[in-house]
Design a protein around this ligand. Structure first.
Ligand SMILES: [Zn+2]
Length: 419
């Protein structure tokens, strides 16, 4: 019991710092959801930046305290985990000037890092520069949804744990009942908690109250956008002026179940060329059945290869998976499906080359569309390859999502082109 009291004392001090740090993270979250109030948020961020700078000096001390408490407090690992997440979000958002140089030298400017860097530019340049605001907005939109959400939830949970009155976003609410802080949790509690975490806190999904027809309630573009994906691809087609070519490289397999799909993250170096513009392959993922229709017909599945240019433009190459023979590349992926939801799984010694999923011909249909998942951001160019690849019935059945396809959207006067 004394141990617990000591920790609570120590934790109270940590909580103060968490407050400052998570304030910034929460503000970033706010900035995303309420971007209409840009100027107001920018001002708040600037104020918070000063406070965070002060907190930064204490980071070393916090780390020591945390390490000490880690030994004594295995039972509170959940909260520590949250704290670490907040701390890393803090690090991403504050030490950026140095980090930017470092990242550039390492050529490892990931989306998450770009969010942090854009946030710093926002803080230093402020609202007088509309390009800065736009870059921040863009980078937030590009960030992997789960990563972004994780930071915000960590901040909110940390605030709640520190005794602050916060309204938790529904995504951040836990299904398992809150633990009694004064009670020393035993092994059974820990187990129960893990079980509880298995249930995904679905905020958007593909069925019922969370289904695509309800996405617009929380993600307005999903309902109001005029250039949404996917589409039913049906002629007559315009002649496309684009030429596309991929140059994908083999790399370590990094696979995750993000609760909505199976996604494979790709290391820098695999590229798509659209005319003379180069796009970096960020990740690819799957939908069952295919989201796109050809003449009103879905394929068994589709793989979406998501690319981004240096200017921040997104291009998706879609490869339709038609029921047929076993697919060797899918076999490798499915053999390494992550054991749990959320965490990126990097099986030892498994290499993967995304080009193993490409058909022989790159002939395509093209249209302007959007992300097919919330927040349904537009300005995404789609290239759906005319030639599909095979996948066996058994392989389709092994995909952990029975249905994760958004229905086809209105064309709204858009032209579909073909090469
Ligand atoms: Zn997709």
């Amino acid at each position: 019991m004394q141990k617990i009291k000591d920790f609570v004392k120590k934790y109270a001090r940590l909580a103060l710092e968490i407050l400052l740090i998570s304030g910034l993270v929460a503000a970033l979250g706010l900035a995303y959801w309420n971007f209409a109030g840009k100027k107001h948020v920018v001002k708040e961020l600037a104020e918070l930046a000063e406070q965070v700078e002060a907190a930064q000096e204490d980071t070393e001390k916090v780390k020591e305290a945390l390490e000490a408490s880690e030994k004594a407090m295995q039972a509170l690992e959940d909260k520590q985990h949250e704290f670490e997440a907040v701390k890393s979000a803090f690090a991403n958002g504050v030490l950026l000037q140095d980090i930017e140089t470092l990242y550039k030298a390492q050529k490892s400017l990931t989306t998450e890092r770009q969010v942090g860097l854009a946030a710093l530019r926002l803080l230093t340049k402020g609202a007088e520069d509309p390009d800065t605001v736009a870059a921040f907005e863009k980078s937030l939109e590009m960030a992997e949804w789960n990563t972004r959400l994780q930071s915000v939830c960590a901040a909110q949970n940390a605030l709640a744990a520190a005794g602050q009155k916060v309204t938790l976003l529904s995504e951040c609410q836990r299904k398992s009942p809150a633990k009694d802080k004064d009670k020393e949790p035993d092994a059974k509690d820990k187990h129960a908690k893990k079980e509880g975490d298995k249930g995904h806190d679905v905020h958007w999904g593909y069925e019922g109250d969370n289904g695509p027809e309800h996405w617009g309630a929380n993600f307005p573009i999903c309902a109001k956008g005029k250039k949404q994906s996917p589409l039913n691809i049906i002629g007559p087609f315009e002649k496309s002026k684009d030429t596309i070519a991929v140059a994908y490289k083999e790399g370590p397999l990094k696979i995750l179940n993000n609760g909505h799909t199976i996604q494979v993250n790709v290391e820098p170096g695999s590229t798509l060329k659209v005319n003379k513009d180069e796009f970096e392959l960020l990740q690819f993922h799957f939908h069952r059945p295919s989201e796109e229709q050809i003449d009103g017909k879905n394929s068994a599945m589709v793989a979406h290869f998501v690319h981004k240019s240096a200017a921040g433009k997104l291009a998706v190459v879609g490869v339709l998976l038609n029921e047929g023979k076993d697919n060797a590349a899918i076999k490798t992926l499915w053999a390494n499906l992550p054991p749990t939801e959320g965490q990126e799984h990097v099986p030892a010694k498994v290499k993967f080359n995304p080009s193993a999923l490409m058909p022989a011909s790159m002939s395509f249909y093209a249209y302007e569309g959007s992300l097919t998942t919330p927040p349904c951001t537009e300005g995404v160019n789609f290239y759906i390859l005319k030639t599909g690849v095979d996948i066996s019935k058994a392989q389709v059945a092994k995909f952990p999502f029975k249905m994760n396809a958004r229905p086809v959207q209105n064309l709204n006067g858009r032209k579909i082109s073909a090469d």
